[in-house]
Design a protein around this ligand. Structure first.
Ligand SMILES: Nc1ncnc2c1ncn2[C@@H]1O[C@H](COP(=O)(O)OP(=O)(O)OP(=O)(O)O)[C@@H](O)[C@H]1O
Ligand SMILES: [Mg+2]
Length: 310
């Protein structure tokens, strides 16, 4: 559905993205994840035909974004980083205005603005001035303009930034709702957002793609079986020392842990069974013995270290 190949873009001497390639299949919900300045907005602006790349190509439904811009724009709804809202218009006037620009037949405009207002939950604010809306409602109006004309693909650039937790929840639910029938790319620097809304993730860092995978695979990276956490009923430093010496492993006790410690295996040999047995047999009262789970932030940090490339 979307095919991006070797995109590179410079802003004067600043290289914003380099050799960015990925594909998005019909029906995918893809999280485009990266820290500030990674190149998310730049990539989205190119896919949506907002600006050309210095090299590389982007195709949407088989049409080149710059050779057939109209065919592409017809198929894409875009919520930019700063939604293009006009403060002195009412929501209704604004939606009608966008519908006209999008070339929706005038006799269908009423029906279409009703439809998007309904699905974005903005019916009750349609007569209000955009300037008077809360941030969450402004964002919904932004989403409503993106899905006017019922495009097959919707691209959201940081759709929940600056919203309060309730608004975040509502906007995410709305996106999930849309995902039933559309292909979606959503950029964010918030990992849990990807986990909650997307099925696939593309991680971009300093202009390079560093990972493309299914969410389940990303989550699987959270489990590190080369590190185990042990918790016991009767903790003593002696136990840590015994494990270290007997099994030739590293041990460390994180500051917040007072009844246990972590074991780090440096050889590939699986010593888990023996260690568990040893702790049980020596009477420390084994309570817990499990692989260390990285926080999502740790996974993100691992993915965005310098050396790694996809
Ligand atoms: N118009 C511009 N002129 C000069 N440099 C720019 C311009 N737009 C972006 N950049 C630079 O290009 C790089 C990528 O920026 P981009 O906006 O694509 O990142 P982003 O991933 O969207 O970041 P954020 O999470 O902050 O929105 C950054 O180093 C940024 O400073
Ligand atoms: Mg951005």
């Amino acid at each position: 559905m979307i095919e991006v190949k070797g995109l590179t873009k410079f802003y004067k001497q600043i290289r914003a993205i380099e050799d960015v390639s990925f594909t998005v299949e019909k029906g995918d919900i893809v999280g485009f994840l990266g820290p500030n300045g990674a190149g998310k907005t730049t990539t989205m602006k190119i896919i949506t035909g907002f600006m050309p790349p210095d090299s590389g190509t982007a195709k949407v439904a088989g049409f080149d974004v710059f050779e057939n811009p109209m065919e592409v724009k017809r198929r894409i709804g875009y919520l930019p980083e700063n939604p293009p809202l006009y403060n002195d218009m009412t929501v209704n006037d604004y939606l009608r205005f966008v519908a006209e620009i999008k070339g929706i037949e005038s006799k269908k405009i009423g029906e279409e603005t009703d439809r998007v207002s309904e699905s974005c939950g903005i019916k009750e604010v349609r007569k209000r001035l955009i300037a008077h809306l809360s941030k969450g409602f402004r964002q919904r109006v932004g989403i409503a303009q993106a899905i006017l004309g019922n495009p097959e693909i919707v691209i959201f650039d940081e759709p929940t930034i600056g919203l309060d937790p309730n608004q975040v929840f509502e906007v995410r639910s709305l996106i999930k709702e849309l995902a039933r029938e559309k292909t979606i790319i959503l950029s964010t620097h918030i990992l849990p957002e990807v986990e909650m809304t997307c099925r696939k993730v593309i991680v971009i860092h300093k202009g390079h793609i560093v990972a493309k995978e299914h969410i389940e695979d990303l989550l699987r990276r959270r489990t590190k079986i080369s590190e185990m956490t042990v918790r016991v009923k009767r903790f003593s430093i002696e136990l840590m020392k015994q494990i270290k010496d007997r099994f030739d492993v590293k041990v460390n006790q994180p500051p917040e842990m007072d009844n246990g410690f972590n074991i780090i295996f440096e050889s590939p040999e699986d010593k888990r069974e023996e260690i568990a047995k040893y702790i049980v047999d020596s009477g420390f009262g084994l309570l817990e013995f499990r692989p260390v789970t990285l926080s999502l932030e740790d996974v993100f940090r691992e993915l965005t270290t310098e050396e790694k490339t996809a």
